[in-house]
Design a protein around this ligand. Structure first.
Ligand code: NAI
Length: 246
């Protein structure tokens, strides 16, 4: 069987890096996309040190031309595209009445437009290649439940939910599946930005194990969703939250 090709944005850190390592260890060829070059290359080194196959492509997901050339590079290199994981994200906080507008626009640019560009670029390429691909988007429990100080972030994650549903509806005709994940609190650098808002404690206390989720556990869920055995899961955003939203 030909090894699958997985493009993973935000692959330099946290959930993205853990997912790169997971897919590679399972025999998939991985394209690590991130604008953090040093850490992106580190992910590739970790994969190749374990006998896996990966390349790094410097990408700013908030720029459509970067995302288009990322997809082209993946297909030029490996000849196919099976999985697009739109995962890169930032977490600029701020209360609504004191909103820093630069952070607001940046959050929407990365978390919402970045996912939209990924869906469009991967969707077009998968259609052109005629293969049954899967697009997986990272939403959040904060796309479902309100929280203080995360106005822009919440808006983008709600958008990711609806983009996932709508894209599944439109791309299903080409055999392309679109799903999402909604992680709870995960132990990665992004969440440290919310420390002052008490969000880490709140998330930990509301999750069944009383602690943050390990990024590897999220990577496992992404991997399961990518499998053909999961082909009846389409248009859904799956909670991977250790019971936070329950
Ligand atoms: P992280 O901070 O460890 O990783 C985010 C990665 O995205 C970094 O490598 C960063 O360089 C990259 N990135 C940021 N802006 C980018 C851009 N414009 N272009 C390309 N790459 C860019 O954080 P984590 O937790 O791994 O975040 C991954 C996703 O998971 C994000 O979408 C985040 O919103 C989501 N998430 C995280 C949760 C958590 O508690 N850690 C909970 C729910 C969702």
């Amino acid at each position: 069987m030909t090894a699958r090709v997985a493009v993973i944005t935000g692959g330099a850190s946290g959930i993205g890096r853990a997912t790169c390592l997971k897919f590679a260890v399972k025999g998939d060829r991985v394209v690590v996309a991130d604008f953090n070059e040093e850490m992106g290359r580190e992910t590739v080194d970790q994969i190749t040190a374990n006998g896996g196959v990966a390349i790094y492509v410097k990408t700013d997901v908030s720029k459509q031309e970067d995302v288009e050339s990322l997809i082209n590079k993946a297909v030029e290199t490996y000849g196919r595209l099976d999985i697009m994981f739109n995962n890169a994200g930032i977490g600029a906080g701020g209360m609504i009445l004191d909103q820093d507008m630069e952070g607001y626009y940046k959050t929407i640019g990365v978390n919402q437009h970045g996912v939209a560009f990924g869906i469009m670029a991967a969707g077009r390429k998968m259609k052109e290649l005629g293969n049954k691909g899967v697009i997986i988007n990272t939403a959040s429990v904060f796309g479902y439940l309100a929280s203080h100080g995360t106005f822009a972030y919440q808006a983008t994650k709600g958008a990711v939910r609806m983009m996932t549903q709508t894209a599944a509806l439109e791309l299903g005709a080409y055999g392309i599946r679109v799903v999402g994940i909604a992680p709870g609190g995960v132990d990665t650098p992004i969440i440290q930005g919310y420390k002052d808002l008490g969000i880490i404690d709140k998330l930990s206390a509301s999750q069944m194990r009383g602690e943050l989720i390990k990024p590897e556990a999220i990577a496992n869920a992404v991997y399961l969703l990518s499998l053909e055995e999961a082909d009846a899961i389409n248009g859904s955003v799956v909670m991977v939250d250790d019971g936070y939203a329950s």
